[in-house]
Design a protein around this ligand. Structure first.
Ligand SMILES: *Cc1c(COP(=O)(O)O)cnc(C)c1O
Length: 403
């Protein structure tokens, strides 16, 4: 079987493994397939000089149109957006204060966040807050937070409140955004929503966020970047942080224009057609897994209501002769490494995400599933490595970097 990548695969000549991403939009795998419109815009602008703030100005109405916000700009990442938006709530347009950060002497510097929202997207959410010099004030407990926790935490030092939308957060027992914003606004506290990985570009501002943050490089298929959208005054104060802590988070001309192009392409994208294609992949894999001993495959909706389904593959090691995590690791080896979504593998299942495939790769994925499960079933013993060793191996690998 041959891959159907059209241009010859650059990865081969670089000595990089030709991974197939059924994991999701992961920084660790190169985020997403950048849309051709963004690729073209980026290569066209790279050799040219531009007045960068004019280019930034161009992004604002496009972001405003797509998000329903008053203004917007692009920075290095959604993570950078958290630090810049928080900084904006502390400094406003005070250029001297902007240059003094992360020294917050004389400024409001407390930022409230529900404990169940303090997750890691590869780095801790609260660190994104603290990088600006602010202090993260955690309210409630991991699985319970009520409006009284929020009301009780707001005081004269409160600069902002951060709300995180993600499958990583606790999905019950917490304050929903509308109520969160209502309580904050009654006390004059701006609300920053981290919606890095969400398809709906309008709903969070519509539900009361003052700033909504998105990643350019996730579903939008843009270059690596972060989108800051919302109330013009606050967006401006966040933009001015480019003369301070934002300097190290800057984007070049190519990524600013690339993000604009990705946003414009998003408006015209055939979302229904893409969904249909993805459903086809899921059905193919489900069919491949039907009847395999010890394996159950079910199509599940996205936990944060993105218009996207994934295949949940549950593995009974006694019957299939392999654990879910050993199957994930086996799929990730070989000439066609398939990387599955394995955040919860210790519970005996993983997910397969259909939204980052090149045409034809779905068949390779199906074949790899068939091969690895066949090998396991034929094995006389159960392939089961201790789960903790998996993490230990990953950390050990990092500690050896770059060797
Ligand atoms: C991916 C993600 C981030 C980080 O976004 P980057 O743009 O990659 O920095 C932040 N928050 C959430 C909820 C995410 O899913």
């Amino acid at each position: 079987m041959t891959d159907s990548h059209t241009p010859p695969d650059l990865r081969q000549s670089l000595g990089l493994r030709p991974v197939i991403n059924v994991s999701g939009t992961m920084t660790s795998l190169g985020a997403s397939i950048v849309v051709p419109e963004a690729v073209a815009a980026m290569s066209a602008i790279l050799p040219q000089f531009v007045e960068i703030n004019d280019l930034h100005k161009m992004a604002s109405p496009v972001i405003a149109r797509l998000t329903g916000g008053e203004a917007g700009f692009v920075t290095a990442s959604c993570s950078a957006g958290i630090s810049l938006a928080v900084a904006a709530t502390m400094t406003g347009n005070d250029l001297a204060a902007i240059e003094r950060l992360p020294d917050t002497a004389g400024l409001k510097d407390e930022v409230i966040i529900q404990t169940g929202h303090v997750v890691s997207y590869g780095a801790p959410v609260d660190q994104g807050i603290r990088l600006s010099g602010a202090r993260a004030v955690l309210i409630g407990q991991a699985t319970s937070c009520y409006p009284y926790h929020l009301e009780g935490a707001i005081n004269e030092r409160t600069a902002a409140a951060v709300f995180v939308v993600s499958h990583h957060t606790v999905q019950y027992g917490l304050i929903a955004l509308k109520k969160f914003a209502e309580v904050c606004h009654a006390r004059g506290v701006p609300v920053i929503v981290d919606a890095a990985s969400e398809y709906d570009l309008k709903i969070f501002l519509a539900q009361g966020a003052d700033i909504a943050l998105y990643s350019s490089h996730k579903f939008l298929g843009g270059p690596t970047g972060g989108i800051v959208a919302g109330r013009k005054e606050l967006v401006r104060s966040a933009f001015l942080q480019n003369m301070g802590i934002g300097r190290g988070m800057k984007l070049g001309k190519e990524s600013i224009l690339g993000t604009i192009a990705a946003l414009e392409a998003w408006e015209k994208r055939d979302h229904a057609g893409i969904r249909e294609k993805e459903t086809g992949y899921l059905n193919l894999w489900k069919q491949t897994l039907t009847g395999k001993p010890g394996v159950t495959a079910e199509i599940e909706p996205d936990p944060t209501n993105n218009p996207l389904d994934r295949l949940r593959v549950s593995v009974n090691a006694q019957e299939s002769h392999i654990t879910a995590w050993d199957l994930a690791d086996a799929l990730a080896r070989g000439a066609h490494p398939v990387i599955v979504r394995d955040h919860e593998a210790e519970h005996g299942y993983f997910y397969m995400d259909p939204c980052n495939l090149h045409p034809g790769e779905e068949k390779i994925v199906a074949r790899r599933l068939h091969e690895e499960l066949g090998k396991a079933t034929a094995s006389n013993e159960i392939i089961s490595t201790p789960f903790e060793e998996r993490y230990a191996r990953r950390i050990a690998g990092l500690m050896r970097w770059p060797d």
